[in-house]
Design a protein around this ligand. Structure first.
Ligand code: TYD
Ligand code: MG
Length: 473
């Protein structure tokens, strides 16, 4: 811990030399807190020549590939990179109420039934509450060992006696280290508790899962401040109103990052979703202006989803840009490109963009689908309903190829789509194997002319077409 940086942001973990109301790293308000040092260590000069000399080795001295322990839940195992790795630490972050405890209880039951000794420590709920949940989930017969505790000392004493194969700590924010004066949930507690638990896992060979609530208020420190201490960081995401839940790996020392698992919250816990594209498109209605289907890639799987746009006249000087599930900066960039390169202006209009189903997309390949949705909303003309869109758009208005064209086309075909608009294919490989009708594009202006005709953009400084035309269905 840097001695001269005593304040740390509880949201993003950035260190600051002095207190201020806003964190300049992440922009959050009232999240800076003072951290207390565990103990003042000796200066580095005194350390020289006092330790044991290290045995340095070379890169070729390979360790065995870490053995894996799959849960038998495909959506979870894929995100873990094949299963649990002994002596490793996983952080599972997510909003309160999103389903972290449910997911872990179900996973714990699976591992325990598979013969892995599993201990579930809850600092949030009583044993009785967890037993009730287990009964609701039909898991009461699983040999999971349960404890309700918040004292790190008690937890470590229990675990150290007979280290289990898997330890789940739910949540890290409720556990306290009695060597620190700071309150449970503060940055210094969180770090110290995580450090102790991770070092226990490494030393005794247990797999460790830490639950961390993501907090927007900053009253509790967020899981980001301990991300660097663990091997794997997973986030459990979803919208409260929707049943879909995405388990996303953002860091994984033992597997691919960016991998996702898709679940659905049901009355009987979380169910795996084997075909997420069908699920994400299931709520799609008839062809309406402003709707485009994006053929995306999340980790190693293709995921089709609907992009929705709404463009409405705004009072002078008050136009709004609002976006859910996509990057707001990227939206501004696309709007500028559409105006400069295709002559379609969104000035004087509110623009709303939404990725249906509560999904969050980070791929630049979504550019073309977003542009198509925006143009369709602006022109009041629906896009062909059985067509998917993908491709990155550059500042010059050109379309850039994106990875995994063939997989995207295959998934679209599988779901009954008949056409695709995409960047011009370089080789013939991917396209020739597809039965879809392909529209290969060089630039966005060509797409506008082809899809919306030569009159597109005539509405430039007026309002979008009549409401009656915009809701044809
Ligand atoms: P929970 O796992 O307690 O969330 P977290 O640990 O992330 O705070 O999930 C709580 C929500 O899940 C709660 O709103 C009820 C809902 N739920 C179901 O819909 N079905 C179920 O079978 C269970 C156990 C919970
Ligand atoms: Mg919980």
């Amino acid at each position: 811990m840097a001695k001269d940086l005593p304040y740390v942001c509880s949201a993003c973990g950035a260190a600051h030399p002095k207190w201020s109301g806003q964190c300049d790293a992440c922009g959050a308000w009232n999240t800076l807190v003072e951290q207390t040092a565990l103990s003042a260590g000796p200066g580095s000069k005194k350390l020289v020549a006092r330790g044991t000399k290290l045995a340095l080795t070379d890169l070729s001295a390979q360790a065995e590939e870490a053995p894996r322990r799959p849960a038998g839940v495909a959506e979870l195992d894929r995100v873990l990179g094949g299963g649990l790795v002994p002596a490793s630490a996983i952080l599972l972050g997510g909003d309160p109420g999103i389903g972290k405890s449910t997911l872990l209880l179900q996973a714990a039951a699976r591992f325990a039934r598979g013969g892995l000794r599993t201990v579930y420590v809850s600092g949030e709920e009583s044993a009785a509450q967890i037993q009730l949940r287990a009964r609701r989930l039909g898991l009461e017969e699983s040999p999971v060992q349960l404890a309700a505790a918040t004292s790190l000392r008690d937890i470590l004493t229990t675990l150290d006696e007979d280290p289990p194969g898997l330890v789940i700590i739910d949540s890290i924010q409720t556990i306290w280290h009695d060597g620190l004066e700071a309150a449970p949930g503060s940055v210094s507690q969180l770090r110290a508790v995580a450090q102790e638990l991770v070092s226990f896992a490494k030393r005794r060979g247990s797999a460790l899962v830490l639950v961390g609530h993501v907090t927007k208020e900053g009253a509790l420190a967020g899981p980001r401040v301990i991300e660097h201490l663990v091997d794997t960081v997973l986030y459990f995401e979803g919208e409260r109103g929707h049943a879909f839940r995405l388990l996303r790996a953002v860091k994984n020392r033992f597997g691919p990052a960016d991998e996702i698992g898709v679940f659905e919250m049901t009355g009987k816990g979380l169910a795996e979703v084997k075909n997420p594209s069908a699920l994400f498109l299931s709520e799609r209605g008839a062809e309406v202006p402003g709707s485009a289907v994006f053929a995306g890639i999340e980790g190693t799987r293709t995921l089709l989803c609907e992009i929705q746009a709404l463009v409405a006249p705004a009072p002078p000087g008050q136009s709004r840009r609002s976006v859910l599930g996509w990057d707001a900066g990227r939206l501004s960039m696309l709007l500028a490109v559409l105006e400069a390169r295709a002559g379609i202006s969104f000035a004087g209009h509110d623009v709303y963009l939404n990725v249906a189903g509560g999904l969050r997309i980070t791929e630049p390949a979504a550019d073309l689908a977003v542009a198509a949705a925006l143009l369709s909303a602006r022109e009041g003309k629906a896009l062909p309903g059985r067509c998917v869109f993908f491709g990155e758009i550059s500042l010059s208005g050109g379309l850039r190829p994106v990875p995994q064209t063939e997989n995207r086309l295959k998934e679209a075909e599988k779901l009954g789509f008949t056409a695709a608009a995409l960047p011009r294919l370089r080789g013939r490989g991917a396209g020739s194997r597809s039965t879809l009708q392909l529209t290969e594009l060089d630039e966005i202006a060509g797409f506008v002319a082809e899809t919306f005709g030569e009159t597109a953009g005539d509405s430039r400084d007026s309002s979008p077409r009549e409401d009656g035309r915009r809701q044809e269905s």
